[in-house]
Design a protein around this ligand. Structure first.
Ligand SMILES: Nc1nc2c(ncn2[C@@H]2O[C@H](COP(=O)(O)OP(=O)(O)OP(=O)(O)O)[C@@H](O)[C@H]2O)c(=O)[nH]1
Ligand SMILES: [Mg+2]
Length: 585
């Protein structure tokens, strides 16, 4: 049996291909909002999302839609973020729906996340409706994009919809297809037993008044206020405080039934108890977790310090607050002699790091200093010069004309070739150390391909690599803020680069400053910052010693002596501005 009145679907695509704009049109067509009466991409409600025009959080919404035979249909749409940092969210979203709309921008064609996200849908056996968007653009290449989709998905010409999410052209037709082609949730007598309950958490957030609110898809039974349930993975019990649906704002309902998408107010105080991918079940169901759960782990790390050390407590509070709402964030306190107290923070990727920084600065009025992002090197247990470093699998779509340059670029970033697929676009896969990918790799990729190449990545495994700690010494003293684990292959480049940067930003002192890089106990790069030369031969504006050569030499020698002493005892003060410059790329 099927609950014929429900369609659950997600919109997936590469970043910027128009998902949130299509959601706007669908919400208008189904009467949830009035045209011209709302912001563009209305599901992107976070201010940073709005300003940057990117979705950083998935958004579910329910549309009720009267069909021709006056039956009321319920459409549950989930708009997903296109950026690769949030790919686990997309993965879990796809576990909650029966079908997807796969959008492709007609001026861009298939790009990396088109493929990555489509594979996720294919893996889950979802119905895929391929759609070419932005057909209104003068540089739309509809025929070419259609051919790409036919080759990639093995579909027919007639299966592909052409729309403009901006003007609304073709969207009604697409809506009809969503209703016709996407199957209703499968509901059988077993999973409608009202004594049972099982649902998948695909998102959650913390509300100051109501505690953690879980976004769920119900797979078995039903949920009601007062039910006692449990989160299987985190082993946390709670009583359901409210259930409801997304309109898109939370709207309470009596029940949440099998096949439905909605929310459960848990009253729990810690978002880390309600993880994406976990299963909420009642007692009879707690043995069987829904598949696909994975605890998301931060992949890149940066140290953060308030520019004004007096802001430390504000900073701490701010991080705590964000942590309450971001289950992917991790942080531990650290201390720097120069920058004071701060935190080492873990993020999903570079966009996540950037968004967190911006939220901290904007929502809490902070100014922050951030070290360049690093990856986690795990010391090997057997060999002190070995570490385990994270390796990612990258997939690049590139036009043929820049293939050679792209492959050369990958080789330069310690990547190993895995495979190439050459249909009507070229996709290449490599394994690459994450530490390389988070440098300027992406910028370089974009620039050598004139913006056309696109990149997707996922964590693969840890590899053992020869690596060691690289330290920067100023007159012999290590500057802890710049100590990092560096693989042997990169130690010379990195050292030369670092000492050069130091030489550029550290102001001259009264004495000579030696900048050195130490790796495995050896100095492998060094620069000197010469002192400002005080003219000891001038005193009170008058030349001392006149023409007396012997006296002149004595004075200069004395100065040299003094400098030598200072150099040895001299501690180098690094001004904060210098740190900020050093941390910038
Ligand atoms: N000309 C034209 N522009 C469109 C169309 N659809 C979307 N856009 C524009 O494309 C840009 C990206 O649209 P979004 O809807 O934010 O794209 P998205 O896929 O949700 O982006 P992410 O969520 O960040 O991955 C916006 O500037 C839209 O106005 C279309 O059909 N025609
Ligand atoms: Mg969007």
């Amino acid at each position: 049996m099927q609950n014929n009145n429900i369609r659950n679907f997600a919109i997936i695509a590469h970043i910027d291909h128009g998902k949130s704009t299509l959601a706007d049109r669908l919400l208008e067509l189904t009467g949830v909002v009035k045209p011209g009466n709302h912001d563009d991409q209305l599901l992107d409600r976070n201010p940073i999302s709005r300003e940057r025009g990117i979705t950083i959080k998935l958004a579910p919404v329910r549309m009720e839609f009267p069909t021709f035979n006056s039956k009321l249909l319920t459409l549950n749409l989930i708009d997903t973020p296109g950026h690769v940092d949030f790919s686990y969210e997309v993965d879990r979203t796809l576990a909650c729906v029966e079908g997807v709309v796969l959008l492709v921008d007609a001026s861009q064609g298939i790009q990396a996340q088109t493929i990555a996200n489509a594979y996720k849908a294919i893996d889950k056996n979802l119905t895929i409706i391929p759609v070419i968007n932005k057909i209104d653009l003068p540089n739309a290449e509809i025929t070419k994009t259609k051919k790409q989709l036919i080759d990639f998905l093995g579909v027919n010409d007639a299966d592909i919809y052409e729309i403009s999410a901006k003007t609304g052209l073709g969207v009604q037709n697409l809506l009809n297809a969503i209703i016709e082609k996407i199957p209703a949730p499968n509901i059988n007598s077993q999973n409608t037993d009202t004594h049972l309950a099982k649902s998948l958490v695909f998102d959650s957030y913390y509300d100051q008044h109501q505690g953690v609110i879980a976004f769920v898809r119900v797979f078995v039974g039903q949920y009601k206020k007062g039910m006692k349930v449990k989160l299987i993975q985190t082993d946390v019990e709670f009583e359901v405080n409210e259930v409801g649906i997304f309109k898109p704002e939370l709207s309470p309902t009596e029940r949440l039934d099998n096949g439905e998408i909605g929310y459960i107010i848990t009253n729990l105080k810690d978002i880390h108890d309600v993880r994406v991918g976990d299963t909420i079940a009642n007692e009879k169901n707690i043995s069987a977790s829904l598949p696909g759960y994975k605890k998301v782990k931060p992949m890149v790390f940066a140290s953060m310090f308030p520019t004004d050390t007096n802001d430390y407590l504000v900073f701490q509070k701010a991080l705590e607050k964000l942590y309450l709402n971001d289950s992917a964030l991790e942080y531990v306190p650290i201390y720097s002699k120069a920058l004071g107290a701060g935190y080492r923070v873990g993020f999903l990727g570079l966009l996540h790091a950037d968004v967190v920084r911006e939220r901290l600065e904007r929502e809490f009025g902070l100014s922050l200093i951030l070290t360049p992002p690093q990856v986690e090197f795990i010391p090997s247990v057997t060999n002190k010069d070995s570490f385990e470093e994270p390796i990612v699998k990258i997939m690049i779509l590139t036009p043929e004309s820049t293939l050679g340059a792209v492959m050369q670029l990958c080789e330069n970033y310690r990547a190993k070739f895995i495979s190439m697929d050459n249909k009507n676009q070229i996709s290449i896969t490599y394994e690459m150390p994450l530490s390389e990918m988070i440098t300027d790799f992406y910028d370089r990729l974009k620039s050598i391909s004139a913006g056309y190449a696109s990149l997707d990545w996922e964590f693969l495994r840890y590899n053992t690599v020869k690596a060691s700690k690289l330290e920067v010494l100023l007159n012999g003293d290590p500057v802890e803020e710049f100590s990092e684990i560096v693989v042997q292959e990169r130690s010379f480049d990195r050292s030369a680069n670092l000492v050069k940067k130091f030489r550029e930003v550290i102001p001259r002192q009264q004495y000579e400053v030696k900048v050195q890089a130490r790796y495995k106990g050896k100095i492998i790069a060094s620069e000197r910052i010469s002192p400002y030369r005080k003219n000891v031969l001038v005193k009170g504006g008058k030349l001392v010693g006149g023409g007396d050569y012997g006296r002149k030499r004595k004075l200069l020698e004395k100065q040299k002596e003094g400098k030598k002493k200072m150099k040895m005892i001299g501690k180098v003060e690094i001004p904060k501005e210098a740190f900020m410059k050093l941390f910038r790329k």
